[in-house]
Write a protein that binds this ligand. Structure first.
Ligand SMILES: NC(=O)c1ccc[n+]([C@@H]2O[C@H](COP(=O)([O-])OP(=O)(O)OC[C@H]3O[C@@H](n4cnc5c(N)ncnc54)[C@H](OP(=O)(O)O)[C@@H]3O)[C@@H](O)[C@H]2O)c1
Length: 355
């Protein structure tokens, strides 16, 4: 039986993506074959396609950090899981496919009755937001937070979880995202027309307790200026290295996994040397998952519970059929997207995770 898979044929723009039809993969011993119901589309996918994300595989590869799907076939020696069960995983690459084979230990059960696209939003974006709030920043009710890229996938997750944590929130966004940021409880700051450091000083007088910086580079140092003494910047992204979904530097075409991360490290270390009682700490979901796999599982289960109780509601910007992965990445790269773009291999409608 055949399935559809997307491959990145070379490092570069959206035209490097190809749709292939091929035989479904067979699970090896200890693996489970999963029929993908929803795969997330995120900026790290675009950065891997461009060859600059630290997790970029060798070409050709299938992109896709996060997925929700149905258990389809068990490899030898697999127990404790049944065909038909709904599961989530973060393979980092490979999710843009009709079927994937993954080690049993990578799968986290999804409670029944959840929409697959909403559930997949929790895997990369909400865990990132949740772990930064509670494990990196250790926020407390009443604290002030500045969230950059607040209308985006991770940004909107930070706003929803920050509201539950009773934070006072400020969020940078373009004018296209301002109403969404306000609706999620943040005070919107238009990064294209306002200086966020001046705005934070004007609105709070002493600065914020924490800044979540997804932009990177010298932006981390500007974020530091928005802190009150004793505050911290959690630096976690390199959105500033992309323009229109392509490398802002224009120097693409190769696999440069450590270039961006080395520059990122330099700016973080620079932040430590600047005067003032202000800290800059990095966050990486994949590093923390490797170091503390139990936290990843525990935090995802906590988030599924919040979704089940309708305490959070991921914003689905758009659902695309799998074969339109290129259009999905182009839309994300062009900007102005509010929430998460999701690929739904079997069509474009909401897909229930009810088993
Ligand atoms: N460290 C980790 O573990 C981890 C995990 C997940 C994601 N990330 C990183 O997090 C970042 C966001 O990912 P995502 O998938 O959520 O992307 P996204 O959905 O595209 O969101 C990015 C947002 O940033 C906004 N933006 C762009 N330039 C900005 C600027 N100079 N100031 C303020 N906002 C700006 C965009 O607004 P407009 O389009 O309206 O301009 C967009 O809403 C990426 O850098 C990604 O690599 C890191």
């Amino acid at each position: 039986m055949k399935h559809t898979r997307i491959i990145v044929t070379r490092y570069g723009g959206p035209d490097a993506l190809r749709v292939v039809e091929e035989e479904r993969p067979e699970p090896q011993a200890g693996e489970v074959r999963v029929r993908v119901m929803a795969a997330g589309v995120s900026l790290p996918d675009l950065m891997a396609r461009e060859g600059v994300h630290p997790e970029t595989p060798l070409v050709p590869f299938t992109p896709g950090w996060d997925l929700v799907g149905m258990v389809d076939r068990l490899g030898d020696g697999v127990s404790g899981i049944e065909p038909g069960q709904i599961v989530a995983a973060m393979p980092i690459s490979g999710a843009y496919a009709g079927f994937v084979c993954l080690p049993r230990r990578e799968l986290v059960p999804v409670p029944s009755g959840l929409d697959a696209a909403e559930a997949v939003s929790l895997v990369l974006n909400y865990i990132t937001a949740y772990q930064m709030l509670y494990r990196s920043a250790k926020v407390r009710p009443g604290q002030r937070a500045l969230i950059h890229g607040a209308a985006g996938g991770v940004g909107s997750a930070l706003l929803q979880l920050g509201r539950l944590a009773e934070l006072e929130m400020y969020g940078t966004c373009s004018s296209r995202g301002a109403s969404a940021v306000s609706a999620l409880g943040g005070i919107a700051i238009d990064y294209q027309h306002q200086d966020f450091v001046e705005e934070i000083q004007r609105l709070t007088s002493e600065g914020v307790d924490v800044v979540f910086d997804s932009i990177g580079g010298t932006h981390i140092w500007r974020s530091r200026k928005a802190l009150r003494p004793g505050g911290r910047v959690v630096a976690y992204g390199l959105t500033g290295s992309l323009r229109g979904g392509r490398l802002a530097s224009g120097r693409g075409g190769g696999r440069h996994r450590y270039r961006a991360i080395a520059i990122f490290g330099l700016y973080i270390a620079g932040g430590w040397l600047l005067p003032g009682r202000k800290r800059v700490v990095p966050y990486s979901i994949q590093t923390l998952k490797r170091l503390k796999p139990a936290w990843f599982r525990q935090d995802l289960i906590a988030l599924f519970d919040l979704l089940h109780q309708q305490k959070i509601k991921p914003i689905i910007a758009q659902r695309f059929p799998l074969a339109e992965a290129r259009q999905a990445q182009e839309l994300l790269g062009n900007g102005g997207v509010v929430g998460k773009i999701v690929l739904v291999p079997n069509g474009s409608g909401p897909e229930s995770g009810a088993a």
